[in-house]
Design a protein around this ligand. Structure first.
Ligand SMILES: Cc1ncc(C[n+]2csc(CCOP(=O)(O)OP(=O)(O)O)c2C)c(N)n1
Ligand SMILES: [Mg+2]
Length: 395
């Protein structure tokens, strides 16, 4: 599974950066790299991580399952496993599972008339685009209602979770009837950032986060870490427990005919943004930081048109970067450039957590492991909490 996930991450990077030489059989040359690399690397590894683990459970338990990507801007994280499992080539035979097909697949990604950079309707199995953030949980419940055998696994971005529609949608669990509806399993990806800024849910203490989801009526489980092998173990155990518990809830309700209101399990997956990508570029933190959001190294690919030598010699940039001054800079830096800040007219760089002399420990962006039930990368015990008996029938 780890090798499969690594292959997904390679495919995601390939979709974003490469237009040729997809298997890197030849040394990388400028003409192999896209002139305008586009896409969202940051969301992708966690999406395919969840996908791989769900595939394992589908095979093991013969699940009828669907996956919704709330951060659908990370389409490479969904397209990659879809291609690797053969579904993509089945639907689009010219994106075959060989070097030529892979080259076409990479080149078409985020290309006019090609493969959308979000989970568009053309993405096999996708019913949720994810472009406008906020509706993943609502769409997940829509899929589960009156669909008793379906398990809907839905990844929610921590930035997405700050939208009004998503924040309200956690309450949809009050309308799910364990007898006649399927189940929704949210996986909140606490990667700490939404474009350029930290997220609220990633910065509140663990206890507060746990209480928040318990207050919404869920039974949250925490999987956390940046060491892939131990996070695989934690995710496998936790996901399996969730599926078994969902089945048990459904069995009890269906055998008794009592539509009680359970505390459905959900997972909080705290992993670094842009997991497994470059830790640093030009001395700046990337993995686990906002710089991992879209295309890390984009400027390095195209230095030919800017100050400094091309990172890939001879790779001259033919087009100006899109959204100049925004895509690769923190908002604070934009303001500093324009000199619009009140006070001394200068905005100091935010220090990179963990960088020498920053005074900001690396763990701050990745905190909350004081709770003994909450081990980084370790298996988590199940705390299902109390059960409530109130049942709200939906109209
Ligand atoms: C309603 C809405 N507001 C803003 C955006 C712009 N936007 C695109 S990605 C993104 C950040 C999403 O962060 P998160 O949900 O945490 O996903 P991540 O990339 O961290 O996995 C934002 C704000 C959007 N797509 N939709
Ligand atoms: Mg995020």
């Amino acid at each position: 599974m780890h090798a499969w996930w690594q292959a997904c991450n390679y495919l995601a990077a390939g979709m974003i950066y490469l237009q040729d030489n997809p298997l890197l059989r030849q040394p990388l040359k400028p003409e192999h790299i896209k002139q305008r690399p586009l896409g969202h690397w940051g969301a992708s590894p966690a999406l395919s991580f969840a996908y791989v683990h769900l595939n394992r459970l589908i095979v093991k338990h013969d699940l009828d399952a669907i996956f919704l990507a709330g951060p659908g801007h990370g389409a490479p994280g969904v397209l990659a496993p879809c291609y690797l499992e053969g579904t993509y080539s089945e639907v689009y035979p010219n994106k075959s599972e060989n070097e030529e097909g892979m080259q076409r697949f990479f080149k078409a990604f985020s290309f006019p008339g090609g493969i959308g950079s979000h989970c568009t309707p053309e993405t096999p199995g996708s019913i949720h685009e994810g472009g406008e953030l906020g509706y993943s949980i609502s769409h997940a419940f829509g899929a589960a209602f009156d669909n008793p055998d379906l398990l809907v696994a839905v990844m929610v971005g921590d930035g997405e979770a700050e939208t009004g529609p998503l924040a309200a949608a956690w309450h949809s669990n009050k309308f799910l009837n364990p007898i006649r509806d399927g189940a929704v399993l949210p996986i909140l990806n606490l990667n700490g950032y939404k474009i350029d800024n930290p997220t609220v849910l990633a910065r509140i203490p663990h206890d507060e986060l746990k209480s928040l989801f318990e207050g919404y009526g869920w039974s949250p489980r925490f999987v956390e870490g940046d060491d892939p092998m131990s996070v695989h173990q934690a995710m496998a155990v936790t996901l399996e427990n969730c599926v078994l518990e969902i089945r048990e809830i459904q069995r009890r309700a269906r055998e008794s005919g009592e539509p009680f209101r359970p505390r459905w399990p959900m997972i909080v997956l705290r992993t670094p943004k842009g997991w497994t990508g470059p830790k640093e570029v030009d001395g700046h933190k990337v993995e686990g930081y906002w710089r991992a959001h879209q295309v890390p190294l984009a400027r390095q690919c195209h230095r030919g048109g800017q100050a400094g030598a091309p990172a890939v010699p001879g790779h001259e940039r033919r087009h100006p970067p899109l959204h100049q001054g925004h895509r690769h800079l923190g908002l604070g830096q934009q303001r500093r450039r324009r000199g619009t800040r009140r006070g001394d007219g200068r905005l100091r760089r935010r220090p990179d957590p963990g960088s020498p002399g920053s005074g900001v420990p690396a763990a701050r962006a990745f905190s909350g492991a004081e709770d003994p039930l909450h081990q980084r990368g370790g298996p988590l015990s199940n705390d299902t909490g109390e059960r409530t008996s109130a049942w709200l029938e939906r109209p």
